[in-house]
Design a protein around this ligand. Structure first.
Ligand code: 13P
Length: 240
């Protein structure tokens, strides 16, 4: 049976691990990946033990080690139990000027340390709305062309997050998501693709039913543990 991945990106927010513990009680959530801020990762490894939740990080250094003040290496993340890591998020490109070459290096460091990269790609709004889909496909494939250089495609997950849909309540249409994710799968052969951008209570059932979607990368809604649990249970039912 297909499993829908719930990858939770808390961004620079704090969610008390006890709240997740309470919401998850005794059930297993082995299709949920929680990516808290660096400081809270160790706390969240508790959930990995009690509820089989996977632990992720939101960023990693492109360097192995050494004089890189403020950076955290892939080896350090692996040592504390991190199994997934988001890379190339549009917010890092926008506010931290992360380049595609850096993202490619980060992916390499993660794979070297047996951490699965969740590679983010996504386009801005196009001047002609009738050509948004076509533009999106061209844009994300050109990003992936750089990011995936010398990378084993079987070791990564690709998350498509249209920038205009992030935190905007302006979720992409099912048709749009299907077109872009189908193109990503066709041209890269990647097995797992996620959708991200205003994913939540109002649209999760529809998105989960799109055949090329294997999960979601969730910002705002992931700060509500009960909602994540509710959506996870409902999607499981839908897949049965
Ligand atoms: P929202 O779900 O808040 O739109 O954020 C999406 C996102 O950026 C996840 O990485």
């Amino acid at each position: 049976m297909k499993k829908f991945i719930f990858a939770c990106n808390f961004k620079m927010n704090v969610v008390d691990v006890e709240k997740y513990m309470e919401a998850m009680k005794d059930e297993n959530y082995d299709n949920v990946i929680i990516c808290p801020n660096f400081c809270d990762i160790r706390e969240y490894t508790k959930l990995n033990k009690s509820n089989k939740v996977f632990i992720g990080a939101q960023n990693v250094s492109e360097f192995e080690k050494g004089a890189h003040t403020g950076e955290v290496s892939a080896e350090m993340l692996a040592k504390i139990g991190v199994q997934f890591c988001i890379v190339g998020h549009s917010e890092r490109k926008k506010y931290n000027t992360e380049t595609l070459i850096q993202t490619n290096e980060k992916v390499k460091r993660l794979i070297e340390n047996n951490i699965t990269p969740i590679i983010c790609v996504g386009e801005e709004l196009y001047s002609d709305p009738t050509k948004q889909e076509e533009y999106a496909v061209r844009y994300v494939l050109s990003e992936l062309n750089e990011i995936l250089k010398d990378i084993d495609i079987n070791k990564v997950i690709i998350a498509y997050e249209p920038i205009w849909a992030i935190g905007s309540n302006n979720v992409a249409s099912s048709q749009h998501i299907k077109t872009v994710l189908s193109a990503i799968k066709k041209y890269t052969n990647v097995e797992f693709t996620l959708y991200g951008g205003s994913f939540g209570e109002k649209n999760y059932e529809e998105i989960a039913m799109i055949d090329v979607v294997d999960g979601a990368l969730i910002g705002g809604a992931s700060l509500k543990p009960e909602l994540i649990c509710k959506m996870q249970k409902r999607v499981k039912e839908l897949y049965e």
